[in-house]
Design a protein around this ligand. Structure first.
Ligand SMILES: Cc1ncc(COP(=O)(O)O)c(C=O)c1O
Length: 375
């Protein structure tokens, strides 16, 4: 006989020993403590297969409202819910390849690794434009690469993973129109920050489905505060979206869009109700608060002798120690339950300020870094 209470106490122990965002130690991950409405929605719809919008109409309804309402921020009308930035980017490459039938994808070297994964899976050639990790892609070089290598797809990033740099969306879109390549914008991280920060003049780039842009990734489980797994992939037309839909004749709806089969329908409902609960004002407040905290951390780190801190655009603070290698410092901080990620292109570490962070969460890190760099 299974002892249910024994399993429950084992589970409690496992949970107790797992880091939680609300404790403030998770400082490198682009994940956050999901909004409570999202958690509630997920739990209520935990039994629901997101691949069956016929039986579970709530999923189809929430997905289309989510696409319409979030898409309005980016002038996008067509899209689908996916499991995350990786799936969205893989599908974007897949759709573009089917539509344009090319071999070569071009992206700045700052592009997320999911694009390497996508090209590996689809056997396409990924050419990376060497790009400084703290700078957007150079447009002249991009045009030279396009003319020389004739890609079917160019991928740029609105909020790079390591340093939060925003590539020039509007200008790349003009190049796409001029030279006839498809353009995917990976805004998995920056999508729910950039429109709000731009409103306050803190970011110049306008992130939208302008005429040269073919697809945009926006993650709901990052700055959207929806429970994992949750991303949106927007296309500039229905035809392109249909490229990621497959025949599934035994299902009542007859088709399945995206990479997964059976999938958590609760995640779609949760993403929609999280979006509603936070609202545009809430996302704007979050974005401004995250930038304030980033500035605070940046100026505190600048004052620590032995630390070099880099400039930032979005709330990702990268820094390097003159005393410890990145790996050693990463481990020393993890021993203090401070979990950072790496910025390999700078041989540095990074802190990603997420919506759950409050100023006090950063003090433990600042204190630890001061102690570790004391003479
Ligand atoms: C710019 C960017 N794109 C894509 C991804 C992949 O997202 P996910 O981990 O949700 O698959 C990330 C993750 O950090 C990212 O920063």
């Amino acid at each position: 006989m299974v002892d249910y209470s024994e399993l429950m106490s084992e589970l409690d122990e496992l949970y107790k020993n797992t880091p939680k965002h609300v404790d403030g130690g998770i400082l490198g991950s682009m994940t956050t403590w999901p909004h409570r409405i999202g958690v509630e929605a997920f739990l209520r719809f935990i039994h629901v297969n997101g691949n069956d919008p016929f039986t579970f109409r709530a999923v189809a309804e929430c997905e289309s409202k989510l696409v319409r309402e979030v898409g309005a921020l980016f002038n996008a009308e067509v899209g689908l819910h996916t499991s995350g930035g990786t799936e969205s980017n893989i599908l974007a490459v897949f759709a573009a390849r089917k539509a344009a039938k090319g071999e070569t994808v071009i992206a700045p070297s700052t592009v997320h690794k999911s694009v390497d994964k996508a090209c590996d899976l689809m056997n396409c050639k990924l050419l990376k434009i060497p790009t400084h990790p703290l700078k957007p892609v150079d447009l002249k070089t991009l045009e030279e690469y396009v003319l020389k290598y004739k890609p079917f797809l160019v991928i740029i990033t609105a909020g790079t993973t390591e340093t939060g740099v925003v590539d020039p969306v509007e200008e790349a879109s003009e190049l796409a129109e001029k030279h006839g390549f498809l353009l995917h914008v990976d805004a998995a991280y920056g999508g729910l920050l950039i429109p709000f920060l731009r409103k306050h003049g803190l970011i110049k780039t306008e992130l939208k489905m302008s005429s040269g842009v073919t697809s945009i990734t926006v993650d709901m489980h990052k700055n959207g505060m929806a429970p994992i797994p949750s991303s949106l992939l927007f296309f500039n037309n229905e035809e392109l979206k249909e490229k990621v839909c497959f025949d599934m004749d035994y299902m009542p709806s007859g088709k399945s869009c995206g990479l997964l089969g059976t999938r958590p329908g609760g995640a779609v409902v949760a993403a929609y109700y999280t979006w509603r609960a936070i609202g545009l004002n809430g996302y704007e407040e979050n974005a401004l608060r995250m930038m304030r905290i980033a500035h605070l951390l940046h100026s505190e780190l600048k004052q620590i002798t032995g630390i070099e801190v880099y400039p930032f655009n979005l709330p990702i603070i990268t820094f390097k120690s003159r005393r410890y290698s990145s790996d050693l410092l990463l481990n020393k901080l993890a021993e203090r339950k401070l979990y950072l990620y790496k910025a390999p292109s700078l041989n540095a570490l990074r802190v990603v300020i997420m919506p759950h962070h409050r100023e006090e969460h950063l003090y433990a890190l600042i204190k630890a870094l001061r102690e570790l760099h004391q003479l």
